[in-house]
Design a binder for this molecule. Structure first.
Ligand SMILES: NC(=O)c1ccc[n+]([C@@H]2O[C@H](COP(=O)([O-])OP(=O)(O)OC[C@H]3O[C@@H](n4cnc5c(N)ncnc54)[C@H](O)[C@@H]3O)[C@@H](O)[C@H]2O)c1
Ligand SMILES: [Zn+2]
Length: 373
């Protein structure tokens, strides 16, 4: 088992990474010294697959857990579902020393974390992420919340978990497309902070795609270490934490214009990372060879690296980027790379310049931009 510390003063916690950890859930929770009552919040896909083991492990350690199952999918990140969870917690008479276990992907983690942050003005919670994306990204860092009709993640809190338990075995049931989507965030960590990690991913991609246990353990632990390091420097996103958004400006806009259906998050930020790399070549002196390596590695992970936008879509993409809180005076603030392993944030880029890279016809006319042909 690997242990990755997250250093946040009195809110510090550990991320445990390894096989068979779900069976240790109860014992690891007992170490935190909580009350007996707890709730496991999971979704309709994960519950039937892994819920029983989580419940048994908690019972074996002397806890009295209640299982709350929400419908799988992004639509569950909303007020009605939060309220239903609160009611279930009250019905099971959870009290101040009780705790909530989030067993699922990022949707369950964000929702259950928000439920825990708000029930009785905050009870402890433990993350048991079951998607690769949740293990390497959303379960670490304490951002929890839900969506509004007006947009994603508009209501939320910072509520750090007391423990994150990444059981690599549960990834065995994850559909391939979801798994590959998580790899986009893994590659991102290499680009933003760790050139050696990036090189290792270039060598080990076939093993990672085969979900080789040793490779997976290393990848999850290393990704968590990078995220933990960034969050440890900047818990509430006043500066450095922005680098986690490499590839996300365009990625989020692509997700928004396709009504959160067509693209999985990792797929959208894969295209976003390719665009950000090209902008980095043009404005930050990133070597073209580095940008080519980013694109090639994403492609080898089975991720999309380009999209052909029709003119009308480009207009909507521009509008979606305008809505982004990072826009100032027609220019979008980007996280860009100087080279693989080193990024800079808050870089203003005119929206037209971004679109040039995404409209094949305009890219052809551009000065040597390889674009997204
Ligand atoms: N809080 C943060 O810092 C942060 C960061 C990144 C993303 N997020 C959020 O995370 C969410 C996306 O997370 P996600 O990609 O994990 O999506 P998800 O939670 O919807 O999971 C994807 C799908 O996989 C299923 N699933 C989960 N684990 C499984 C398993 N082991 N076996 C089989 N099926 C399984 C789920 O039921 C779901 O259908 C978004 O809401 C996003 O906003 C939050
Ligand atoms: Zn992301």
């Amino acid at each position: 088992m690997r242990v990755v510390p997250v250093s946040l003063g009195e809110r510090s916690y550990k991320i445990l990474v390894g096989g068979g950890l779900l069976d240790r859930l109860g014992r690891e929770c007992a170490r935190l010294g909580p009350g007996r009552r707890c709730a496991v919040i999971t979704d309709s896909n994960v519950g039937p697959l892994h819920g029983a083991r989580a419940m048994e492990s908690l019972r074996a350690a002397g806890f009295d857990p209640v299982l709350v199952t929400i419908p799988a999918g992004e639509r569950s990140k909303r007020w009605q579902v939060v309220a239903r969870c609160h009611d279930e917690l009250a019905k099971a008479r959870l009290e101040r020393r009780s705790f909530v276990v989030a067993l699922g992907g990022g949707v369950v983690g964000d929702l259950a974390g928000f439920v825990a942050a708000t029930y009785l003005r905050g009870v402890a919670f433990v993350q048991v992420p079951t998607t690769l994306l949740a293990q390497v990204d959303s379960s670490v860092g304490g951002k929890v919340g839900i969506n509004l009709k007006a947009g994603k993640n508009l209501v939320g809190a910072f509520h750090q978990p007391r423990l994150v338990l990444c059981d690599l075995d549960v990834l065995g049931t994850l559909p391939a497309r979801e798994f590959q989507s998580g790899i986009a965030e893994v590659i991102k960590y290499g680009v933003i902070a760790d050139a050696a990690m990036f090189r290792r991913l270039e060598r080990g991609m076939p093993r990672l795609l085969a979900r080789d246990a040793a490779e997976l353990a290393w990848v999850v632990a290393r990704s968590c270490a990078v995220k933990a390091w960034v969050v440890g420097q900047d818990e509430t996103e006043s500066g450095l934490r922005a680098i986690l958004n490499f590839g996300h400006t365009v990625g989020h806009a692509l997700e928004a214009i396709s009504a959160y259906g067509k693209w999985l998050h990792g797929e959208a930020i894969s295209v976003g990372q390719v665009v950000a790399s090209q902008l980095s070549v043009a404005t930050q002196g990133m070597p073209q060879a580095d940008a080519d390596r980013v694109r090639a590695l994403l492609q080898r992970a089975g991720l999309p690296v380009e999209t052909r936008l029709a003119n009308a879509q480009a207009t909507r993409l521009a509008a979606a980027m305008q809505l982004d809180k990072k826009v100032v005076g027609g220019e979008v603030r980007f996280v860009l790379a100087r080279r693989i392993g080193e990024v800079t944030w808050g870089q203003a880029v005119p929206i037209d310049r971004v679109l040039e890279l995404m409209l094949p016809s305009r890219a052809d006319a551009g000065a040597g931009a390889t674009g997204l042909e």
